[in-house]
Design a protein around this ligand. Structure first.
Ligand code: CP
Ligand code: NVA
Length: 310
């Protein structure tokens, strides 16, 4: 891998100070956009972003597209099936070729090894737009959203309730990098993988894994959940049975701090992992969170392409 290329593959592979720089830049760009001034500063003019989406996406795809355009750049949307990748061209060769045309690549592909391989052979930044193992761009938007509502995340408590999936893995990475406490409530068969918890311990992160959702959320500053069946999961019936006691409802929200917020990366499955009452209630910030994908993507793109250094 070319060490001088700034990939955004995981929060675990980025330094805390760099992540903070991205969050602060994202917040600043949000303010500029609010004032209707985003057309004035187009730091990525002349740059092109290739977007490879091998799986469905609404937020990641649209927010990256709009972010790149608002920063002055261009985008090319691709799906794995319509590329020669779908006919067996290797990831490494695809990386070598795309690097000759574009300035950065966003990729959504469940196979995390394939995304790592793309980064290994690309000579332009590769951004992880979700794999089966993590979703780092989402958590950048989530940290931004948390801080807008509850102030600095350092020292606060976030409670994850539900499947310990790819989104949760990036929350674990974030707990280490941003120094907050993370309580994870998941049924034992869907608990966080041992290697992820071992990583958190090595990093000195304050991450606790438990089965009881009430214990996890008590006095928390934020409750966060995600769907019970992620892309690529083939055991929906089993997951519904295991996760039924992990629904985020008003009763659970009441156990958290009075000012606690509710977050969800979306898409939500109302009536499953979260009730309408919570989704549409006063503590929910899910649509601000979705909006913040746009601002966070700008921060990530600007960082990867060196525009935050100027
Ligand atoms: N939260 C999120 O990544 O949404 P999409 O799947 O719509 O991109
Ligand atoms: N955990 C979900 C997130 C979707 C944005 C999935 O991987 O399908």
């Amino acid at each position: 891998m070319n060490a001088s290329v700034r990939h955004f593959l995981d929060l675990s592979t980025c330094e805390s100070a760099e992540l903070r720089r991205i969050i602060d830049a994202s917040a600043a760009m949000k303010q500029v956009r609010r004032k209707g001034q985003h057309a004035a500063d187009r730091p990525l003019t002349g740059k092109t972003l290739a977007m490879i989406f091998d799986k469905p996406s609404t937020r990641t795809r649209v927010s990256f597209d709009v972010a790149m355009r608002e920063l002055g750049g261009e985008t090319i949307m691709l799906t794995g099936a319509e590329m020669q990748l779908g006919r067996g061209e290797t990831i490494a060769d695809t990386a070598r070729v795309l690097s000759r045309y574009v300035d950065a690549i966003v990729i959504r592909m469940l196979d995390a090894k394939a995304v790592a391989e793309l980064a290994e052979y690309a000579t332009v930044p590769v951004i992880n737009g979700l794999t089966k193992l993590s979703h780092p761009c989402q958590i950048m938007a989530d940290v931004l959203t948390f801080e807008e509502n509850r102030g600095p995340i350092k020292g606060k408590t976030v409670a994850w309730v539900g499947d310990a999936n790819n989104v949760l893995a990036s929350w674990v990475h974030a707990a280490a990098r941003f120094d907050f406490r993370l309580n994870i409530a998941a049924p034992e068969p869907l608990a966080p993988p041992a290697d992820l918890l071992a990583w958190a311990r090595r990093e000195g992160a304050r991450v606790a894994s438990m089965e009881d959702p009430e214990e996890a959320v008590t006095d928390a500053d934020c409750i966060v959940t995600d769907c019970w069946v992620s892309m690529g999961d083939e055991d929906a019936g089993r997951r519904h049975n295991l996760l039924a006691p992990y629904q985020v409802n008003s009763k659970l929200m009441k156990l958290a701090d009075d000012k606690a917020i509710f977050m969800h990366c979306l898409p939500a499955h109302r009536g499953e992992e979260v009730t309408d009452e919570v989704m549409d209630g006063p503590q929910s910030v899910v649509f601000d969170e979705a909006e913040n994908r746009l601002h966070a993507q700008k921060g990530v793109l600007a960082w990867c392409l060196g525009a935050l250094d100027r």
